[in-house]
Design a binder for this molecule. Structure first.
Ligand SMILES: *Cc1c(COP(=O)(O)O)cnc(C)c1O
Length: 434
């Protein structure tokens, strides 16, 4: 059998394995619902980017892990150990990176809304650079830096006007996006001129991020070309040559067998070729290139295990397999209609021909994990169900709706397992109630 990712397999007892470990045993040991994270896979994915960057871009170029995909101390520590920078987008993510012992000079802070408190906190913690989204934020950071008598490194987030043709909620590079300042309307030029006038901001360059779960042939190549043309144009108009070009994150990962998969080193080499050729044609020095992968670092390192609570066959209609989790630990289907591969972990030797819907246990009809899946007909209460490729935007988007506690995160490394985030208890949930 081949699966959506090479860290998934089946053992001699017909049990599903993840990172070589028996998932039934893990469900038994740690309970369900349970997030598993394959640490070796995270490290492998980081190395794909790091090696490709070393082979491709100018010195000082660096991929940053977008922590929002999965933000807890262990994952920040692991990616930093591998040598990645980190992108954070809230004080909580900053605190997580600090607690993980990450070198804050390698941490950047993009987001489209930063309060004065966020700005102060980030500067207190020695943030490497802000990615400034708008004029108000630019002026607020300048004011804070002036008060402190420091010069703050920053990038400006621009929108290159590229439509990556993904789901609308994750398209971010189009002119009318809520993120960044548009090149097309001329507002980006005003933004840059204003930034260059600030005495306490050192402008490192420009940032863009066109979308997420991107499979388009040449989306990043086109983004790079648009941005490089703009770097050259701005140098002519203002005399300022950007030193850094951040192309954001967004490479897609396969969730189901039909999905394409992206060859990261080949893609980065192809972007590198565009950068080299375009810079030569424009007569500008190659910028240091940054990228901010989130999903492609952690998605296939994740798997979620649940236990079946009920199988409801509605005579003449459809059926539901209800599990002991739901949109509280994985809201992606409810939010975006995301696809997943779903497997009966203890019944891998049985034919899966029972067409059904995997339903969560929240008080919400939209609380589904996946529709139109195939499970063995014998599926019943107590069976372990695995949802594959849940490493990105699951734990980090989890909620306490219905006051369900969030599942623990268990890391798998070299045949061993350890808890990285413990299970949330009723006591944890009541801690803030006065
Ligand atoms: C979400 C986001 C990323 C990461 O996107 P992935 O699709 O997870 O790779 C990177 N940069 C910015 C600015 C983002 O908003």
């Amino acid at each position: 059998m081949t699966f959506v990712c090479s860290n998934i397999g089946v053992n001699a007892e017909n049990h599903l394995t993840f990172a070589g470990q028996d998932t039934l045993r893990l469900a038994e040991e740690y309970g369900t619902p349970l997030y598993l994270m394959d640490e070796d896979r995270i490290r492998h994915n980081c190395r794909l980017y790091l090696d490709a960057f070393r082979n491709t871009f100018r010195e000082g170029s660096l991929p940053h892990y977008a922590a929002k995909a999965a933000a807890f101390k262990t994952v920040c520590r692991v990616v930093a150990e591998e040598g990645m920078g980190i992108d954070v987008c809230s004080p909580g993510e900053i605190a997580t990176a600090v607690a993980a012992g990450v070198d804050m000079s390698r941490v950047m802070f993009p987001s489209n809304g930063k309060s004065d408190g966020d700005i102060r906190y980030a500067m207190d913690k020695g943030i490497g650079a802000f990615v400034i989204d708008n004029v108000e934020e630019l002026l607020a950071i300048e004011a804070e830096a002036e008060k402190r008598g420091v010069t703050q490194n920053a990038l400006l987030r621009l929108t290159p006007g590229i439509d990556p043709h993904t789901y609308a909620a994750v398209d971010t590079g189009k002119v009318d996006s809520k993120f960044g300042v548009a090149i097309e309307t001329g507002q980006a030029e005003d933004f840059i001129r204003l930034a260059l006038k600030q005495k306490h901001i050192r402008l490192l360059g420009y940032h863009c991020h066109v979308g997420s779960q991107v499979f388009g042939e040449d989306v990043f190549e086109r983004a790079a070309a648009v941005m490089l043309d703009y770097i050259a144009e701005m140098e002519k108009k203002t005399g300022y040559l950007a030193e850094v070009l951040d192309l954001g994150g967004g490479y897609g990962v396969p969730y189901v067998a039909e999905d394409p998969s992206i060859d990261i080193p080949a893609k980065i080499a192809s972007v590198g070729k565009v950068v080299k050729e375009r810079c030569a044609a424009l007569g500008i020095r190659e910028p240091k290139v940054m990228m901010e992968p989130g999903r492609s670092i952690v998605a296939d390192a994740g798997m979620t295990l649940y236990r079946v609570l009920a199988v409801k066959r509605i005579t003449g209609y459809k059926s539901y397999v209800t599990i002991d989790g739901g949109m509280t630990d994985d809201p992606r289907y409810a939010l975006y209609g995301s696809r997943y591969t779903v497997l009966a972990a203890g019944k891998m030797g049985e034919r899966a021909d029972f067409r059904t819907t995997l339903a969560g246990r929240c008080c919400e009809s939209g609380d589904l994990i996946q529709e139109n899946i195939l499970l063995p007909d014998s599926v019943c209460r107590g069976d372990v169900i695995a949802v594959c490729t849940t490493g990105a935007y699951n734990y980090s988007m989890a909620s306490n709706y219905n006051r369900f506690g969030r599942p623990p995160v268990v890391m798998l490394r070299g045949g061993k397992s350890y808890v990285a985030v413990r299970r949330e208890t009723a006591e944890d949930l009541l801690r803030l109630d006065v």
